[in-house]
Write a protein that binds this ligand. Structure first.
Ligand code: ADP
Ligand code: MG
Length: 370
């Protein structure tokens, strides 16, 4: 994807409207150049002040930096001044959102498999960990609107946390705040009491989401917001259906502690047996794929070495043959010249005579005494 803000509106083609959310319309779009599918969120900034617009841009730029396996990827922003609309281009999650998934399960009257719930919890914890630790102290990215509708599933049913941080700006926006219609089922007691938002507020919301995945309804429910707020601050909720493990129930209890300081942190949650196992599994997978990569590299290197060896042998043979040829040449050249120069090694030269040479017979001399 090219650098920030490089796309133009007409580079995309709207495929369909996915739905309208709290802050604007979501559309499935296709990039004309490569047919790649994205989602864009349309936000009307017409009513925003300059400061709010700046904040929104800053926020979107920040979101672009959030690159994680379990976070919806933000790619670009396109501004159309003619209709004062900001288009936020992001990853398309074809599995839809968890809210739709939960309501499907509810209509079909079936509970969600426990393993899948653990997987979602695990992946969302990793996503939150990534965001919470990014801007240490200074400008941490908090979600602030964690709910099933903002959690997506990709084609492999992996979780993707979406709409990250947008709520921070948009909730403060005067014009858009008016459009806030949602019931705050997932809002933590401290946020309802306006005591500020921190990392553990996101974890409370996560607790509500996991509870809802088990029970198919949120932990705190009420006919109106006032009663809901009272129930949330009280922090009492029915246990999840009994066919789920006590370990899962215990994790939810640790996430839904009214007092933020008593709420489980991401790190301590990872020491839970099931989550620890998932972490090991993930590490193992990672090591496995690293090993696979190394094996491929090794094979390529081996093949290259083999080729090198073959080349060397061929060269050696070539040199050998050349050497032999040269030696033979040398011998050929050397032999006649040797007769002329190295006389010592030659047999004694015989006198040239027409007579044949007859060596004298060796006479046996008898002793005179005999
Ligand atoms: P909300 O305010 O309820 O979170 P949104 O504006 O985020 O609503 O989303 C509106 C619709 O678009 C929802 O149906 C949601 O599932 C869908 N949607 C939002 N983002 C994506 C995405 N990245 N991939 C697929 N569908 C999405
Ligand atoms: Mg959303």
């Amino acid at each position: 994807m090219p650098v920030r803000g490089t796309h133009k509106l007409d580079e995309f083609e709207v495929v369909e409207v996915i739905g309208s959310g709290q802050y604007g319309v979501c559309k499935k779009v296709k990039r004309k150049s490569d047919e790649k599918v994205f989602v864009w969120k349309e936000l009307d900034y017409g009513q925003m002040t300059e400061t709010e617009k700046k904040l929104l841009c800053q926020e979107v730029n920040l979101l672009r930096e959030l690159k994680h396996q379990y976070i919806v990827r933000y790619y670009d922003r396109v501004i159309d001044r003619s209709n004062t609309t900001l288009y936020i281009v992001m990853e398309y999650c074809e599995g839809g959102d968890l809210a739709s998934y939960i309501s499907r399960c509810k209509t079909e009257r079936r509970y969600i498999e426990e393993n899948f719930i653990w997987k979602i919890l695990f992946q969302l914890l990793l996503a939150l960990q990534e965001c919470h630790r990014r801007r240490e102290g200074v400008d941490k990215v908090l979600h602030r609107d964690l709910k099933p509708a903002n959690i997506f599933l990709d084609a492999n049913r992996n979780a993707k946390l979406g709409d990250f941080g947008l709520a921070r700006i948009l909730a403060h926006n005067y014009s858009l705040a008016k459009t806030f219609v949602g019931t705050p089922y997932y809002m933590s007691p401290e946020v309802l009491s306006q005591q500020g938002y921190n990392e553990s507020s996101d974890l409370w919301s996560l607790g509500c989401v996991i509870y809802e995945l088990c029970s198919l309804s949120p932990p705190f429910n009420a006919p109106n917001q006032e009663i809901l707020a009272v129930k949330v601050k009280e922090g009492k909720f029915r246990p999840i259906p009994s066919h789920y493990s006590t370990e899962l129930q215990a994790v939810i209890v640790r996430l839904l502690k009214v007092e933020p300081s008593q709420r489980a942190s991401i790190d301590t949650l990872f020491s839970t047996r099931s989550l620890r196992l998932l972490l090991w599994e993930k590490e193992l997978h990672q090591q496995e794929s690293e090993l696979k990569e190394l094996r491929i590299k090794l094979k390529t290197r081996e093949a290259a070495l083999d080729q090198k060896e073959k080349d060397l042998t061929a060269r050696e043979q070539g040199l050998h043959q050349k050497d032999r040829r040269e030696l033979l040449e040398l011998v050929k050249v050397k032999q006649p010249r040797e007769g002329a120069t190295s006389q010592e090694n030659q047999p004694p030269i015989q006198p040239t005579s027409s007579k044949p040479f007859h060596p004298k017979p060796i006479l046996k001399v008898k002793s005179s005494r005999t």
